[in-house]
Design a protein around this ligand. Structure first.
Ligand code: FAD
Length: 410
């Protein structure tokens, strides 16, 4: 077993790796180096309950501070890993201190994609990735404030839901012609489009890209692609993220939309692993390489990497899943929905409960479930089992889904 495992990044995947290593019996040195000032924490509440002020900061932490002391996990927070010296088996921290490793785990996550237009750095223009981002946004969350959200992806829509319920005037701008265009089926987009409009959110879809954010000392307006300025007190930009590969790239580790790893989370260097949002990894269950941005993937890759480090190698093969909370709606998505799949809807959008099943040649590929926990839970199993369905049978809502699923699993 290695003597010293250094983990670069102190997010969800990093925290889980330390926990899994100790649970697996590793008794060597573990050092987590993270550039943020916080203990490893979960990000999903940042755009949900934490933004709404319904969750204390401490509740975000994966483990309380005493866990790390009790399990002898060293934390170097507020510290960036600046470079990797692969031949010397050392990382250099910002400030110059060097740290030797036997094995290094890269868990650097993603960075927000920034909008490169005039005014994008004005006070009042926000991104949402960290606790500090939310603390800054919350300071401006006042009833009546005009919030323009650029991007109708999950983060944009989750923030829109919290903001409109807090009494802000919310407008969401999107270049695609539907919300969630990159990540959800047209049926789901149509459902969330209606829900947000009914809640009072203004949706502007199919817009030419924003050209400028204007203001003297702080944001005053957002200028649309037609040159028209729209008054705004604050702007949230939610146009996606990019994998944080700079450390790996500078160390000549192969990257291609993420740090390239194998099914054991191993990079090209036998002493360096990578996990979580920053990786491009193979999934044998799905027969393809992926880069995912989800808690489930961060946790499972952390467990896989810990297994590799402990000499208990087990390939990563998981049905991806993800969730999003907006208003009273819990969306849970299992599998990968491709545009060319056949789609079958069960449930009733009017009742705020539905599931969209994605089939390829009858085989279930993905389920998008809104307030439909059973369809999601069984859907995950059915995808892993490669279950096949007759679309007409699946659409028959007079038959309980449990029964249809049981028949497909036999
Ligand atoms: P991160 O959690 O991003 O952690 C990486 C850490 O590494 C960061 O703290 C970063 O600052 C640090 N770092 C980077 N480079 C260095 C360096 N050189 N030195 C030191 N530290 C470094 N997923 C879901 O499944 N469901 C959800 O509902 C959901 N909602 C989300 C809402 C928001 C607002 C956000 C931002 C994300 C959400 N996600 C959700 C995604 C989920 O949080 C991520 O998939 C998960 O955090 C990935 O974990 P990670 O450890 O790979 O990366």
């Amino acid at each position: 077993m290695p003597d010293t495992i250094v983990i670069a990044g102190a997010g969800h995947a990093a925290g889980q790796t330390a926990v899994s290593l100790r649970q697996g019996g590793f008794d060597g040195r573990i050092v987590i180096v993270g550039e943020e000032p916080y203990l490893p924490y979960q990000r999903p509440p940042l755009s949900k309950k934490f933004l709404a002020g319904e969750l204390e900061l401490e509740r975000l932490f994966l483990r309380p501070e005493r866990y790390y002391a009790e399990h002898d996990v060293e934390l170097q927070l507020n510290t960036r890993v600046a470079t990797i010296n692969r031949t010397g088996h050392k990382v250099q921290l910002a400030g110059g201190v060097e740290l030797a490793y036997t094995k290094l785990v890269l868990a650097t996550g993603t960075r927000v994609r920034r909008l490169a237009i005039d005014g994008a750095e004005l006070p009042g223009v926000h991104y949402l990735r960290t606790v500090d981002d939310v603390l800054a946004i919350r300071q401006q969350f006042r009833p009546g404030a005009r919030l323009v959200i650029v991007g109708a992806g999950y983060i944009g829509l989750e923030v829109a839901a919290v903001a409109v319920q807090a009494g802000l005037n919310v407008s969401v701008w999107e270049i695609a012609d539907r919300v969630l265009a990159r990540v959800a089926s047209p049926e789901l987009s149509a459902f969330y489009d209606r829900v947000h409009r009914e809640a009072g959110v203004e949706l502007k879809l199919g817009l030419p890209p924003v050209t400028e954010i204007s203001g003297q000392a702080r944001v005053e307006a957002v200028v649309d692609g037609n040159g028209q300025p729209w008054p705004a007190d604050m702007v949230l930009i939610g146009i996606g993220v990019l994998p944080a590969t700079e450390l790996a790239e500078a160390a000549d580790l192969p990257c291609d939309n993420g740090i390239l790893v194998d099914e054991y989370c191993q990079t090209e260097d036998p002493d360096i692993l990578a996990i979580g949002d920053c990786t491009n990894h193979p999934n044998s269950l799905l027969g393809q390489r992926l880069r995912l941005e989800s808690v489930h993937n961060a946790q499972e890759q952390a467990k896989t990497a810990a297994g590799t480090l402990l000499g208990k190698r087990k390939p990563y093969a998981q049905v991806p899943w993800f969730w999003s909370d907006q208003y009273d709606l819990k969306l849970q998505i299992a599998g990968l929905a491709e545009p060319d799949c056949d789609r079958v809807i069960r449930g009733d959008p009017e009742e705020r409960s539905l599931a969209v099943f994605h089939l390829r040649d009858g085989r279930l590929q993905a389920v998008e479930a809104v307030n439909s926990a059973r369809e999601f839970m069984l859907g995950k199993k059915l995808i892993a089992a490669g279950a096949r369905f007759d679309p007409a049978e699946l659409a028959d809502s007079s038959r309980p889904f449990k029964e249809i699923a049981a028949a497909a699993l036999n």
